[in-house]
Design a protein around this ligand. Structure first.
Ligand code: PMM
Length: 282
């Protein structure tokens, strides 16, 4: 008896991999590494070659406690690299909460706005997104980095984050943004304790059920360092959280996430290939 041709089956759509390119002096993991234009473009191109579907360029650190930079500085850090990457045919997103920065980035070739404030930080962001027709990642957010950990209080973190994200969706739609352009993100580590992050991770399928593509972004974050602390209580260093990050990415794929945002694109692409081969063999 011949087996059905499993490999001929189309299988599920591959989850999206967003590679992180922070052009900042102070991001928690890669701060200072890509401030040079040539280094930034080379790293973005390398991530695309390794399997990133989107390169996410940021010019302001959002790590807990980070100081803000002005919009002109943020724009100057990112626009040339975005233009160079878009020119190479890459899909580029701009990681910003500012409408003026988003507009300049779109002008330079970005086609996705990754707004960690979900439209809350800048009242003009929805108009920029609606007018340009780009995709918009709405992340759950309660306040700027300097004081976000103070805001980490919930009755029920899953229900509260879902409801607050749905409010952001409604505001976006009211502003004329196309529903097909929205992507949601529960905002791992933003006004969340480690316990909140684990609860959200365990209930990701409920966020998927909201009916929008869901992005999960855990890469190298503090709660993973805390989970893997040594006997003396010292957190696992940022550069040694890749295996843990990959485990969270596979769990997110399994929960139905649309994509993950990661530093280690090559490893994530391998994990995605394993996940997809397993699904095709079902
Ligand atoms: N986290 C950071 C930055 N941008 N964007 C989205 N959509 N979701 C996130 O969780 C998120 C983000 C902070 O991490 P980084 O310093 O590694 O960029």
């Amino acid at each position: 008896m011949t087996e059905p041709q499993a490999s001929a089956a189309p299988g599920p759509a591959l989850p999206t991999i967003i590679g992180i390119l922070n052009i900042t002096p102070d991001s928690f993991s890669d701060g200072g590494r890509y401030l040079d234009f040539g280094d930034a473009v080379a790293h973005g191109a390398q991530m695309a070659a390794e399997g990133a579907d989107i390169v996410d360029v940021g010019g302001e650190s959002t790590r807990p406690g980070a100081e803000r930079v002005d919009a002109a500085t943020e724009t100057a850090r990112v626009v040339d690299a975005i233009a160079a990457l878009a020119e190479r045919g890459l899909t580029v997103s701009i990681d910003t909460t500012r409408a003026a920065v988003a507009a300049a980035a779109i002008e330079a070739g970005a086609s996705v706005v990754n707004d960690v404030s979900g439209g809350l930080a800048d009242p003009d962001m929805a108009r920029v997104v609606a007018d340009t027709g780009v995709r918009w990642i709405l992340m759950h957010w309660r306040g700027h980095s300097a004081d976000m950990q103070r805001l980490a209080h919930y009755d029920n973190v899953v229900a509260d984050v879902k409801a607050e994200l749905e409010d952001r969706v409604e505001a976006a739609l009211d502003s004329g943004v196309d529903r097909d352009n929205l992507i949601l993100d529960p905002g791992i580590g933003f006004a969340k304790t480690a316990e909140h992050n684990w609860r959200l991770s365990a209930h990701l399928h409920e966020f998927v059920a909201l009916g929008y593509p869901l992005l999960f972004a855990s890469s190298r974050k503090t709660y993973l360092g805390k989970l893997l602390e040594d006997e003396s209580g010292k957190p696992r260093p940022v550069g040694q959280r890749e295996a843990a990050t990959l485990a969270t990415s596979i769990l997110a794929f399994e929960a139905g996430a649309w994509g993950v945002r990661v530093h280690d694109v090559a490893g994530t692409a391998d994990a995605r290939a394993v996940w997809a081969a397993t699904k095709r063999a079902l």
